[in-house]
Design a protein around this ligand. Sequence first.
Ligand SMILES: [Zn+2]
Length: 174
Amino acid sequence: MDFQTSFFTYCPNCQSTDFSFKNVTKFQCNACAFEYYHNIAAAVAVVFTFEDKILFTVRNENPDIGMLDLPGGFIDPKETAEEAACREIKEELDLDILPTSLNYITTSPNEYLYKNVPYRTMDLFYECPLTNDKLSIKAKTEIKDLVWIKRNEIDLTKIGFVSIRKVIGEFYLG
Ligand SMILES: [Zn+2]
């Protein structure tokens, strides 16, 4: 499975195999005219900073198990991006932050293969300066470890997602 391969074997509406799924974005069944748009999903990532260091999480599940990641996740329906960031930070690190403490950085597209379904996301990045580096993991099934890395010691090849690698590379390398 890759990001150009259909993950449907049959039309979900009529079970026909006569369909197109152009760029794995627009599914169109030739037998029953069913259409489905596999649109991108929105996600948030938070860059916590303390002195000259940045907080990374170590992923404890696929995709990219063992690779560096940032706290964050998918935005739920009806949430703002800032609300999603605060919720995810509470869920992952048991840390309360305010939407006003989030400084918008940029956006970057990502690909996220989960259980053989290729999701494409638009990741929204925020920076959040902290006054200390004492954090702990709450979501232990998702996060294996937390690591603070000095800007001039970041190894981009250890970062899993292309969106995070790009933003850290552009905005944070010492
Ligand atoms: Zn059909």
